[in-house]
Design a protein around this ligand. Sequence first.
Ligand SMILES: [Zn+2]
Length: 145
Amino acid sequence: MKLELHLIPKSCFYENLRLALGPRWEGVSDKFKASKNYTCEICGYHGNKNLIHAHEHWEWDDEKHTQTLTKVECVCNICHAVMHWGQSHTRGCNMDELCTHAAKINGCTKKEFMNHVEESFATWRIRADQKWIVDFGAFKSYLRG
Ligand SMILES: [Zn+2]
């Protein structure tokens, strides 16, 4: 699927580039967004710059229990809200609208996408019981500056 959920295990909620960089994040994230011409890499949205976000793309190794930052993606607010499904639900987003968007982008039915949502939460619940090592990967250099 092109647009998938990215559910962060609770123990890693506060370990990310945005928080690590503090006020510097704005400049760094804007560089990423500018390099993609403020265009959503998932759905192609291009328009209001304020609706474009920099998304930290993490990958999980379920054997080594490491969470690694592999890239920073340029995404629109709707795709970003789909990725952080749990948070969006808590914030009172229109989940049906998010589901419709995701199904369209992925070329699947809403039911198929909701199966992906369920599977993602099942994996997230398993990961919640693990202790994770957070690795900033190639982005470690940003932490030094
Ligand atoms: Zn998008």
